[in-house]
Design a protein. Sequence first.
Length: 149
Amino acid sequence: MDQKTNQQLFSKMSQDPYAQFMGIELLEVKPGYSRLSMIVGEHQINFHGLPHGGAIFSLADAAFAAASNSHGQTAVALTMNISFLSAVPVGTKLFAEAQEEKLGRRTALYHMTVTTEGGDLVASCHGMVYRKKEWFIEGEDAGPRSEGA
């Protein structure tokens, strides 16, 4: 992917209103991969005083969205399942990484992890997207392409 196209992607994805509301920051995006972060705030805890699963899911989902749309082709979620593995205190900086496992013509599969700065695994998930016949980024590398079916 050329640098101009990558900058267009990063700029567009960084302006996601929901991610901004949740305090999620896009750190890196490249074809089939993304890395984001979020500091767990007081407004993101549940009645047990632990981070709400929805907040952690939102971070993983934002990574999923960034990686799955990183080719410039509109991708929308079909499924996503998550396993919550540990809880963290308020103020913890979390990182979510999404990695493409299979890119097909109409669908693609991704694995996401949510970890602490120290690398402790907080959540693990898989998601599948439907790849629409729409492109939202223009550039020399944007346009129809796929690997397999």
